[in-house]
Write a protein that binds this ligand. Structure first.
Ligand SMILES: [Zn+2]
Length: 408
């Protein structure tokens, strides 16, 4: 048996007036995914328990079969794993965005998709100017990642209490777009330290040559650091241990790379995969088809629908969904069917409604098709058809076991 999982990030949405009351999934032309719906089984799954952040970090762990109450420790440690950074038992990782805040409003949580080069220079300035006064315990270090997605690492000392605890609360900057952020700074243990650095970054970045050049080029400056998503390293049993199947991940996003590393999956890096709307969908589809030669399960994650939602662009979201259908779902389904027994699952991690431009809690539609999967009466893949199927998993992490073991 071969398996494929396709994750159009954040594709679940709400009916939109601009689409005559349809959701983007309903408005998009998705012949290949609709064919799976007609042949297979639809349902709704909840990957975002109400007491946890409604983000890709929790939702993708759930989607892959891991109960977040047992396994989720924070977003940043997952991204540290993606970069091959080992966290010891006393260490913490903190996610560090470079953002644009103007007049207290989160104008852009990506600082205009800042280049890795610009980000690295600004973080060097932050390292020299912000962290020099920290007296311990332990030590802090900024680690550049890709673009606006960077890390602040805390290397603790055995027997010394860290500045943070599981009670430390932060807000994800992508959930604050267009909002006044003055009440959204960290809370709880260690929050004063984080806020002090976030505040002080304003002055360090304001006169920095990198920002002067950005402004001259017509790009938004990176005005602040935004620190969030902190945690210690999670301990996950491997996917193979849990499900008896070896898998591989195709994604352009560090978070998903990290989850793959922690569940014991290798990653296939696809040239042209950007994690944005300009990604090379066909290259990802071809890489996924090829991976079936070597692996029992291939998981393809596509960030583009989520990015379109964060920008509130339903047209761009529909276009991304159609590209995924044509270049990834179609070729993968065809390749699987040509090989014999197979199962295929299409599901987003969480909803990201274009109306709010934010990740939200709530059910997402999934479709399973392939060997041993009985057809229900639904003919299309979208939120409304999935609700009409009557199949509903309040614990989304049960879906993976059903998909792998039983096909329903
Ligand atoms: Zn997501």
């Amino acid at each position: 048996m071969k398996y494929a999982i396709i994750i159009p990030d954040g594709c679940a949405d709400e009916p939109l007036e601009a689409l005559d009351g349809r959701t983007p999934l309903q408005a998009a032309k998705l012949p290949h995914t609709d064919a799976l719906a007609a042949a297979g089984s639809l349902g709704l799954a909840n990957n975002t328990p109400a007491h946890l952040p409604a983000g890709s970090e929790v939702a993708n762990l759930c989607l892959l079969g891991y109960d977040p109450d047992q396994f989720f420790t924070g977003r940043a440690p997952l991204e540290a794993a993606a970069q091959g950074i080992e966290l010891g038992p006393d260490d913490w990782a903190v996610r560090c965005n470079l953002v644009t805040i103007q007049d207290q409003v989160m104008v852009d949580f990506t600082a205009d998709h800042i280049s890795t080069e610009d980000a690295t220079e600004l973080l060097r300035a932050a390292q020299e100017n912000l962290l020099a006064d920290y007296k311990g315990p332990g030590r802090f270090e900024f680690v550049p990642g890709v673009s606006y997605r960077n890390l602040l690492l805390y290397r603790g000392e055995p027997g010394q209490a860290p500045p943070f605890s599981a009670e430390t609360r932060t807000r994800a900057p992508h959930d604050l777009t267009d909002c006044v952020v003055s009440d959204d700074f960290p809370r709880g243990p260690g929050s004063a330290l984080l806020q002090q650095w976030m505040d002080a970054s304003e002055q360090i970045f304001a006169g920095h040559p990198v920002n002067e050049q950005r402004t001259q080029r017509g790009q938004r400056p990176a005005t602040h650091l935004w620190l969030w998503g902190l945690g210690k390293a999670p301990q996950l049993p491997s996917f193979a241990e849990k499900h008896g199947v070896s898998g591989v991940m195709i994604t352009a996003v560090d978070l998903l790379r990290g989850i793959a590393a922690l569940v014991g999956w290798p990653r296939i890096e696809v040239p042209g995969a950007t994690g944005y709307l300009d990604t090379d969908y066909a290259a990802k589809g071809q890489a996924a088809v090829k991976a079936l030669d070597q692996y029992d399960l291939v998981c393809v994650h596509i960030e583009a629908p989520d990015e379109a939602s964060h920008e509130g662009r339903h047209d761009a979201k529909i276009e991304a969904l159609q590209q995924i259908d044509q270049h990834i779902v179609g070729p993968l389904h065809e390749a699987l069917a040509a090989r014999g027994d197979y199962r295929i699952l299409v599901t987003p991690d969480h909803p990201t409604p274009c109306g709010t431009k934010k990740h939200s809690h709530g059910m997402v539609p999934f479709v399973i098709a392939g060997s041993g999967v009985a057809a229900d009466s639904q003919q299309t893949y979208d939120e409304i058809a999935a609700a009409a199927s009557g199949r509903r998993l309040d614990a989304g992490w049960d879906l993976m076991d059903q998909f792998i073991q039983h096909g329903r």
